[in-house]
Design a protein around this ligand. Sequence first.
Ligand code: B12
Length: 501
Amino acid sequence: MISLIKNKPGRYIIEQMRIVLVNPNPMKPPVTPVSLDYLGAACRHAGIDVDLVDCAVEPDWRKKLSDVLTEEPILVGVTLRNIDDSYFASQDFSLLRAIPVLETIKHLTDAPICVGGVGFSIFPSEVLKFCDVYYGICGDGEESLVKLAAALSDNIELDTVPGLVRMENGNVKHNATVPFSLEKIDLTSRSLIDNPYYFKNGGQVGFESKRGCSLKCIYCPEPFIKGKNERLRPPQHVAKELTHLHDRGITVFHTCDCEFNWPHSHAFQVSRAIIDSGLGNKIRWYAYCSPEYFSDELADVMRRAGCVGIDFGADHGDNNMLHRLGHRYNSDDLTRIRDICRRHDIICMYDLILGSPGETKKSIETAIRLMKKVKPDRVGISLGVRLYPMTPLGRQILETSKGTLSRNPSLFGALENNESFLRPIYYCDIRSGEDVEDWLHSIVGDDPRFLLGRRTQANPDYNYNDNPDLTEAIKSGHRGAYWDILRRVSDGIPPLFQIKS
Ligand code: B12
């Protein structure tokens, strides 16, 4: 995209427009900033040049920033994926770790900074103020980033930029978001970020088959940030994207959809497109799925497309708690889907969220007993629910706490001046008992299937935020979903593929 840039008062020069995109995520193992590949594709499609500074990859990100910012771009886009690690045992406020990167950019250039990303989209006003930047984009970034760049260069009214959040005279102004149709631009090239680096050091590479979620889980921010209706990518685009990545030597993937199997028909079509592209025997992938919409037929086609592992958002094993959490499935479904996975040679993990309102030791015991009976390959336990203000659960807690978070004995984490919930805050129902953490560890026992942390232990266990065991395992050749890598290391199973280093 060519734009008129003011050179001297009254004089303009024609310049090729350029954006610098930055990933400040320092967590190890490094996780693919898929967003920047898609944003890069959208910018290039619009004729805008893009430079990347990926702080997770660069040996000296300060130098790289200084090199690419020698000349002023039209804007610097920074992706903010994680506000915190959503892990009760560590409660890391990860946003703080992006601040040195943002400060360095401010020091090096006068170009405007625009932040975006799923973390930002959950807390737009708060993050804008916390990071002291003027612009942010809520929700999908592809069209908005291009429109913002064009608006800034040609002095067009900023109200035309969908999802733009901006500081104006000390107030935050929000434009409405307009969900982007995923078939509009070909996002399949995946050529901005160093995906082979992420495969080698992060163990897998992410891909999306859709955006948005129409499920109604009471604690989840997904429908509010990605949209309440699913927007589907053409299945052939997904297969084409995986082919491009496979051509660069990447063989193991993880879906970035909240639930791959919903809508069921789309999951079928995507899996069939992967089979038709000839990748089914060449790649391996893992998916997040819901227990509700999982069938033998789908497991069959997913397995033939290369899916080897599923992380089910089971959430609980007690029927009353499943109902309270907003689910329509029950404990029988959890038994049923385990059997389906066994029949199709797909390993599975069940993720549990314990401690939400109504939890008691009895309901926790029911869930653990069911897990021990059903025997998923792994059970990931989050004790304590991360609260988000726009969710039904978050709203309920805000209404009942009435400005006195610290007086609610079921709340943990940052309770002072944190009504926005920006800093890590968790609900763990007091009715489950003050000793619930130790008690839970005692009923789980030394069963290696269970992954769970403890606030009093430094061992990160199920936390993928700076997990040295995981980083070491990937270095030694393991690839795959992190729970499967941890399983393989703990059970002495060789890596998924023997990878030549
Ligand atoms: C898949 C996934 C994983 C996989 C990643 C696999 C892989 N190889 O990619 C795994 C399992 C490894 C994982 C790990 C973790 N995850 Co995770 N993960 C996700 C998930 C489902 C998708 C992320 C993704 O890549 N999406 C696809 C891209 C394209 O979407 P996007 O990043 O949102 O980008 C779009 C827009 O946001 C915007 N945008 C993005 N950046 C920018 C920048 C600019 C300038 C602009 C304009 C726009 C823009 O445009 C993009 C395209 O439209 C999200 C939830 C979600 N639906 O996003 C959680 C999520 C990001 N994870 C989360 C967490 C907490 C973690 C962990 C910290 C958990 C832990 N304690 O171990 C780790 C951190 C790992 C790390 N090193 O960063 C939380 C973060 C919440 C928070 N409070 O901060 C989320 C939101 C889930 C949740 N609801 O709790 N995760």
